[in-house]
Design a protein around this ligand. Structure first.
Ligand SMILES: [Zn+2]
Length: 208
């Protein structure tokens, strides 16, 4: 889509959906947001959580980054955008759910898994968060077709991000107390199906 097409879309929104939801927007503007759910998803243009979940404004506090990764907690004064969003969601908004939403055909995962020579300054260092996961999948899924290895890597990255969430003490406290629930979801772009991680078995199943 060109910029002009996007601005046409804005005009449709302004005259259509915005008007239909004007009361909701006014309420959100006056009273502030109070989403119950935070979603960490990929920057990928095909994976917009608000579209996939058909969510109203105010429903989802979203952070998007390359490959929907959560880094380990490392309060070292560096620029941690995802950790900052997480801190705001947990300590200020008081979200009750945190979803890590991965997806099929993830370019960030592919770059790491295939040692692609791109993004040396930022992408590759960022993807080191799941370097050990890559090594695990490379050995456990070595016999499988390449596309399946990538899928396993995408799903293993979600598990690592869920583990990393627990390295933030204020997340772990709340998960232990049952006031925050963690979820791992995987969006299959081709068929539009969302798979959910069963945290007891460690496997993904399609959401009914
Ligand atoms: Zn991606």
């Amino acid at each position: 889509m060109t910029i002009d097409q996007l601005l046409e879309g804005y005009r449709r929104f302004r005259n259509g959906r915005y008007q239909e939801q004007k009361a909701l927007y006014t309420e959100l503007a006056e009273q502030g947001q109070s989403p119950k759910t935070m979603i960490i998803s990929c920057c990928d243009s095909r994976v917009d959580p608000a579209i996939v979940l058909d969510a109203d404004p105010g429903a989802v506090f979203a952070v998007r980054n390359v490959a929907n990764l959560v880094p380990p907690a490392r309060p070292d004064g560096a620029y941690h955008g995802t950790s900052a969003a997480l801190e705001f969601a947990v300590l200020h908004l008081g979200v009750e759910h945190i979803v890590v939403m991965g997806h099929a055909q993830c370019g960030g995962v592919k770059a790491l898994y295939e040692d692609l020579d791109k993004g040396a300054d930022f992408i590759i260092p960022w993807m080191q968060i799941v370097k050990e996961a890559r090594d695990r999948v490379r050995s456990s899924a070595a016999d499988k077709p390449h596309a399946e290895q990538l899928r396993e890597m995408e799903q293993e990255a979600i598990r690592v991000s869920l583990d990393n969430l627990l390295s933030f003490p204020w997340v772990k406290e709340r998960v232990d107390a049952g006031t925050i629930q963690l979820h791992g979801w995987y969006f299959d772009i081709n068929d539009g199906i969302v798979w959910a991680l069963d945290q007891k078995t460690g496997s993904f199943r399609p959401v009914e």
